[in-house]
Design a protein around this ligand. Structure first.
Ligand SMILES: CC(C)(COP(=O)(O)OP(=O)(O)OC[C@H]1O[C@@H](n2cnc3c(N)ncnc32)[C@H](O)[C@@H]1OP(=O)(O)O)[C@@H](O)C(=O)NCCC(=O)NCCS
Length: 189
């Protein structure tokens, strides 16, 4: 099993967990998210703290966190990327979902979905499209994003800084619904 990804278990839902708050991240959250990242990647805590601290200071990156019982139990980033200008290939400029990690003990309680819904809502409040890239072998992530409406649009692309060990990356896209405002306006007439 790949420890970076959760095992694919379609029938193992734990149901929603009460008392979870999803909110934009603040600087005080960084040690907790570095800890989650270091555990997932078996990496160095100080190194993870430096990486996430740099991201937090960058206005093209947005952090969201999930809090439960006064502890940060998950985090997720959205990032403005310019893949082709940065040396990549066949991937559009735009906002990308760029890293979500849930504490293993609290997975499958609907928190990843809420963190993703929060990022999608934020991005589609600023742009018409949102993207993400995923390894074909990451069934849990593909299922979660497909449920939220992401379409898998290409396997022939390069986003600099994202390496797929099995060369099995998939580029996915979700569009703002073109009819959303029209329906609201029509109802007001
Ligand atoms: C992927 C990840 C963020 C999902 O977070 P989560 O909080 O467990 O997900 P949710 O409970 O919100 O799941 C929402 C839906 O996604 C799908 N899903 C999530 N985990 C799944 C799994 N292990 N197997 C199958 N489907 C899964 C299900 O359809 C689920 O709905 P359901 O529980 O009602 O059946 C989490 O497994 C994780 O942190 N994985 C390691 C890091 C990672 O892979 N990040 C993504 C890289 S692109």
């Amino acid at each position: 099993m790949n420890a970076l990804f959760a095992p694919f278990t379609p029938d193992a839902s734990g149901g929603p967990l009460a008392g979870v708050v999803v909110r934009p991240g603040v600087a005080d959250d960084l040690p907790a998210i570095a800890d989650l990242a270091a555990q997932r990647e078996c990496g160095d805590l100080a190194d993870r703290l430096a990486v996430h601290g740099r991201r937090f200071a960058d206005e093209r990156q947005r952090l969201f966190v999930a809090e439960h019982d006064d502890a940060i139990v998950g985090y997720a980033w959205a990032s403005w990327l310019t893949p082709v200008a940065d040396g990549g290939r066949r991937a559009p400029d735009g906002w990308y979902l760029s890293g979500i990690v849930l504490a293993p003990a609290l997975r499958r309680r609907g928190i990843g979905r809420r963190l993703t819904e929060a990022r999608v809502a934020w991005v589609l409040g600023h742009d018409d499209h949102i993207y993400y890239v995923v390894s074909a072998s990451n069934g849990p992530s593909r299922t979660l994003h497909a449920e939220l409406g992401f379409r898998e649009i290409s396997t022939d692309f390069v986003v600099p800084g994202v390496v797929f060990t099995n060369a099995d990356g998939i580029l996915c896209q979700l569009d703002k619904r073109p009819d959303a405002d029209v329906i609201d306006l029509a109802r007001r007439r």
